[in-house]
Ligand binder design. Structure first.
Ligand code: FEO
Length: 173
């Protein structure tokens, strides 16, 4: 059984994961508007992944006999100065998510809630990957910044990101 405070903290994280989905969908729309469809596709795939993260928390709260209570999701930004600024914003956002996951982990340890600690392990590893993939994207973008041809190639590369919806259906099952 989850403590009341832990239930509240996990519900708060559902909001952050859904906000991440919302933010990346907003970024997809921004790239769509610029005609960078590969970037837009990559962000839509990322948005779906964030929804999957939210569903993992949803499932876990229920498994622990807690109650999911959805919260208000803030409006994400809709414009950025440049594609690079947009990707840097995303990287900083992931760093904030990592900070929140680490806080949750600290809290679970303080409470002696081992089940939540084990559950959060997956997210600790996931955040390493998330920061790495956004960091690589920012670096690539910095390299191609001066060359429109490079941007075109990067857009094509990002269009190839697989969109694995089984990740979502597994969590909904
Ligand atoms: Fe669910 Fe990208 O953090």
């Amino acid at each position: 059984m989850l403590s009341e405070k832990m239930e509240e903290a996990l519900n708060e994280q559902i909001k952050w994961e859904l906000y991440s989905a919302y933010l990346y969908l907003s970024m997809a729309a921004y790239f769509e508007d610029l005609g960078l469809e590969g970037f837009a596709h990559w962000m839509k795939a990322q948005s779906a992944e964030e929804t999957m993260h939210a569903l993992k928390f949803y499932k876990f709260i229920n498994e622990r006999n807690g109650r999911v209570r959805l919260q208000e999701i803030p409006q994400p930004p809709t414009e950025w100065e440049s594609p690079l600024a947009c990707l840097e914003y995303a990287l900083n956002h992931e760093r904030e998510v990592t900070r929140r996951i680490n806080n949750l982990m600290r809290f679970a340890k303080e409470e002696g809630d081992h089940a939540t600690e084990i559950f959060l392990q997956w997210f600790v590893s996931e955040q390493v990957e998330e920061e790495d993939s956004f960091g690589r994207l920012v670096n690539k973008m910095k390299l191609v910044k001066e060359a429109p041809q490079g941007l075109f190639h990067l857009d094509r590369e990002l269009a190839a990101r697989p969109l694995d919806l089984t990740l979502l259906t597994q969590e909904l099952a």
